[in-house]
Write a protein that binds this ligand. Sequence first.
Ligand code: KIV
Ligand code: ZN
Length: 514
Amino acid sequence: MPEDKVIIFDTTLRDGEQAAGAAMTQEEKLEIAKQLERMGVDVIEAGFAASSPGDFQAVQTIARQVRKPIIASLARAHPNDVDQAWEAIKEAEHPRIHVFLSSSDIHIMHQLRKNREEVMDMATSMVARAKGYCQDVEFSPMDATRSEPEYLYMLLQSVIDAGATTVNIPDTVGYAAPEEFTRLLKGIQENVPNIRKAVMSVHCHNDLGLAVANSLAAVRVGARQVEGCINGLGERAGNASLEEIIMGLETRKDFYGVNTNIDTTQIYRTSRLVSDITGFPVQPNKSIVGVNAFRHASGIHQDGIIKERTTFEIMDARSVGWPSNALVLGKLSGRAGLKARLEEIGYYLSPEELNQAFVAFKQLADKKREVSNRDLEALMEDQRRTSSETIVYKLEHVQVSCGDHEIPTATVSLKGPDGSVATDAATGTGPVDAIYKAINRIVQVPNVLSEFTIKSITEGIDAIGEVSIRVQKDGKTYVGRGSSTDIIVASAKAYMNALNRLLAMGEAKKSSGT
Ligand code: KIV
Ligand code: ZN
């Protein structure tokens, strides 16, 4: 009997990026796409090519460099969008064009200002246009769950006749309840005569907290593609959290009876990467990837776990790639030991990257007696931020003087785009304010700091501190992160990270979204 597979479609780089303040650079998107490939996702929606030159380039770069999964670009039902989508993905090993158009009367009347017949024609002709370019075409009737079912059936029949190989049913505004959603899907199976020529997919938003429940319920009634985002990122309350769906299917195979191509041990690493790049922290009690997901605080639970893990654990933390927090390395550890340990926790470095990591590791090990896996993760995230191709200004040196009878004063040196080093100093209300003002005197990009948080990565007085900030410029938000055993240095690094991202993304602003 053939295996019953559910296709995992990741839209972190498209719908996920639509979350307010989650904009990513092209390099960051490529890095996430490579990690998604490692994790084994079947389809990566790399972006919305026609929405901006930056998005086009990101989709094209991913299509050229990420060869295993299907690479999809979203397209409105407009000729130019479909053409741009194809231009961006045509070099992919497995390209897909994803055309969408609203099907609910509320959208047709108020947003599109058209009628149902016009929408039917646009959708059908644009799917046919996409099919002229590409065998693999997906169609999404936006706001499907608030659409009149009879109209939806006709629309789906028509786009499948025009060549759609996947029809995706979005719960765009997160309105559906599971019973209602599965009723709609069954209605589609019973009333769309050619439905078996296409894969039925679902795409659920989380406005009422039901996105994962709706997606899993859909699998029970025959959906064989599920769309979602890592960490449940996405518009408003987000999309269905992909890691929860995957682990739901995996852990309850007895109930769902399906498989996926996912290497679940890459889940944790993927979650960390997305969180680090977008600056959206993962809540501690988040299923699967939250820091408390596998922690047992109650004595009774701990007692049970010690006797037999399965008493209170339905999943093994290792199955999703959670690193143990064993103290693994120290000052005397060598390059080979570092490489092996990094690979164990999901970092595969080139010789040059390993050299850089080793230098940073030695500096850290000099300050901390023992370096844990969590420390290594923080170190690698910091390395990624400071070795990214989008670095415009590099922090060379930071020094502050402060105290209860001192005026906080900071001196910073930055290496600029032309390679020259500039040094300046400023006073402020506190050490961080003084640093940020000194940096501003050199970089000269006015912005507003809207968020500043600091947390300790591990326990203990020598713990690494991680600073996460958001700055705003021209109505856009840019995230910055930095870590160090010195929180003042971490603060400076976070600001440089935000400024560099601001400068890199300023070139590739989004002009529209869905
Ligand atoms: O939520 C939605 O309807 C979408 C479509 C573009 C698939 O994101
Ligand atoms: Zn969506």
